[in-house]
Design a protein around this ligand. Structure first.
Ligand code: PLP
Length: 222
């Protein structure tokens, strides 16, 4: 059940925390884009967030995203691991694909972009903790991969995304991703979720991806 007033109140709280974290870090809150992660929540929840002024959304699965988007006035980031056989749908639907992490996926995206006549913005996902179960390019390969993707996609490659290891201090991982983005002259650093977005803002996040703190708990983990 969607409770629009709860979503509006949660958005207000998250926005206030973003502003406070930005001020504490000596940053302008306007530098930080809140991606509202609506995965597992119904389209009504997205519409409730839009009614409360939210315009940027994140989804993990292409098929689920297609049930809610496109929506006039909404920007969609695809933030989940992407299979090459979903690249065409992703290219058609997304404003930004934030999980580019291997050459085969780049090939599929490029091929789809030529067929569709549109190319979303792209982020390289870095497996910043080099965890075997996580997607993302391994840190040892990141520099070469980012350079190659930059050469291929030019200004459409806008930045980097990461999900740090859980149950340890994420700050050093966030700082490492920000430093990588700096080295490559990339503006976008998508890092920080409901539990750790304030630390991500301290480390220089330009985009934070917040689901639970806006829409409430998910029934099943995705
Ligand atoms: C689900 C998800 C989020 C949001 O997580 P919350 O803890 O609910 O804020 C952010 N980023 C990615 C990649 C996700 O899959």
């Amino acid at each position: 059940m969607t409770d629009p007033s709860a979503i509006a109140a949660n958005l207000g709280t998250v926005r206030a925390h973003i502003a406070a974290a930005a001020r504490k870090a000596g940053r302008d809150p306007a530098e930080i884009t809140l991606i509202a992660v609506s995965k597992t929540h119904p389209k009504d929840a997205v519409l409730a967030a839009m009614a409360a002024g939210q315009t940027v959304f994140g989804e993990n699965r292409v098929q689920e995203a297609e049930e809610k988007f496109p929506l006039p006035g909404a920007k969609l980031h695809l933030i989940g691991g992407l299979q090459t056989n979903k690249a065409a749908q992703a290219v058609r639907l997304a404003d930004s694909i934030d999980s580019l992490d291997r050459v085969k996926l780049a090939d599929a995206i490029e091929h789809a972009a030529q067929a569709e006549g549109r190319l979303p913005e792209l982020l390289v996902q870095v497996n910043i903790g080099d965890e075997p179960q996580k997607s993302g390019v391994p840190t040892a390969e990141a520099d070469a991969f980012i350079r190659a993707m930059r050469a291929r996609f030019k200004e459409k490659l806008t930045g980097l995304m990461c999900i740090p290891p859980v149950e340890v201090d994420p700050l050093p991982y966030f700082k490492r991703l920000a430093a990588m983005a700096d080295e490559h002259g990339l503006a976008v650093r998508s890092m920080g979720m409901s539990a750790d977005y304030e630390a991500a803002i301290a480390a220089g996040a330009t985009h934070i991806r917040v689901g639970t703190a806006i829409f409430g708990a998910r029934e099943a983990p995705v």
